[in-house]
Design a protein around this ligand. Structure first.
Ligand SMILES: [Cu+2]
Length: 374
């Protein structure tokens, strides 16, 4: 239940966050730079197709990013890895449940790939987790390998991950909008992971407009389904709780809450299933980039969007829809309605990589993205 105190807390947090974000939120001034062309196209592929050597190189680069100091110097950010979590945490309210969802995350994946390559000597590309292979069986996935993977499930009172290269890492951003030093934590749930099936992708693929398709990719919402739900900011106060509740206190973290789904079956959502199937930090819509698996998950989702675009490329390279909001939110939003997402909207990257417009992220093979999927 969202009580009045939660609303007040959110109001206070958003004012602080908005005040901190104003300088970066201004659109760039001056004449438009000349159109640039891609040099090399980076070919992205699935994690399970990585060689051991490629896996190790990726993990090492991620560890380098985690050890490197922040450059954005956002409050509470310590590492370069934090910079990318902060970006997502601060903008969470305006990049989920709306038209910016897919374009923003596409560009955030590019930012991550760019930092690994330019600041950590990584020569490879951003891999994705082909979750259809592991749907309903996440806990057995090779992505959780303790040596050549991301470590396994969490345990103990705070469900910290126990093994793997990231086991001892301390996050400084999150959980949610909080900034409390904590471990990378997981509460895997194979049952909830079954929403990652190929069938849940296929049902979204039948939709022919962006307006219909993105709500399906993100939240499993089909045309005609009620589209109302709590905006992401309200999740923070209760989903998932931090510190984690003892098991006896209720259904497992990540399980659909009463009124927010049904225990009869997980909602078939290519986006949500990956988050709640891993659980813990990954199940938090605000601070989920704190689990390095976030980048494999959202690259997987990005590939799904690209596959959808490719089905009618001419039309879908310019198809954008859904409301969104300027940041910081204008006082009239959402009270007097939201503005529609357009191709000319600027996606803010906090200076981590240059900002880009929605138009500039529609074609992954064009500047500034310059990548493709195998
Ligand atoms: Cu997100």
């Amino acid at each position: 239940m969202v009580g009045l105190s939660n609303l007040l807390t959110w109001g206070a947090i958003v004012s602080i966050v908005a005040a901190a974000a104003i300088p970066e939120a201004l659109p760039p001034k001056g004449p438009k730079p000349p159109k640039q062309k891609c040099g090399k196209i980076l070919k992205r592929k699935a994690w399970h197709k990585f060689s051991n050597k490629e896996k190790k190189a990726y993990i090492d680069a991620e560890l380098c990013l985690m050890a490197a100091p922040t450059k954005t110097n956002r409050p509470f950010a310590v590492s370069r890895f934090d910079d990318l979590i902060k970006l997502h945490q601060i903008l969470a309210d305006v990049v989920h449940g709306d038209g910016w969802f897919l374009p923003f995350h596409r560009l955030q994946m590019k930012a991550h790939e760019t930092l690994l390559r330019e600041e950590c000597g990584y020569k490879g590309t951003q891999p994705y987790w082909d979750e259809t292979i592991d749907a309903g069986n996440f806990s057995k996935s090779i992505v959780f390998d303790p040596v050549l993977g991301f470590g396994g499930d969490g345990s103990g009172p705070e469900y910290c991950i126990q093994d793997g290269p990231f086991a001892s890492y301390q996050l400084n951003t999150g959980p949610g909008y909080k900034n409390i030093p904590h471990c990378i934590w997981r509460q895997m749930n194979d049952f909830l992971s079954s929403g990652s099936s190929q069938a849940s992708i296929d049902r979204c693929m039948t939709l022919t407009t962006y307006a219909d398709a993105w709500p399906c990719f993100e939240n499993g919402i089909m045309p005609g389904d009620p589209k109302t739900g709590p905006p992401p900011q309200f999740f923070d106060s209760f989903f998932p709780p931090w510190p984690p509740l003892p098991p006896s206190a209720g259904p497992p973290v990540g399980a659909p809450a009463p009124g927010n789904g049904t225990l009869a079956g997980p909602p078939p959502s290519p986006h949500n299933a990956g988050h709640i199937g891993v659980g813990g930090e990954m199940a938090n819509p605000i601070s989920s980039p704190g689990d390095p698996l976030f980048y494999l998950h959202h690259t997987y989702l990005d590939r799904i969007w690209w596959q959808w675009q490719k089905k009618d490329l001419k039309k879908r390279l310019v198809d954008i829809a859904g409301y969104t909001s300027n940041f910081p939110p204008k006082p009239e939003e959402p009270g007097q309605g939201w503005v529609n997402a357009t191709l000319d909207d600027t996606l803010d990257m906090f200076g981590i990589i240059p900002n880009a417009t929605v138009r500039e992220v529609m074609d992954i093979r064009a500047w500034p993205l310059c990548f493709d999927y195998e």
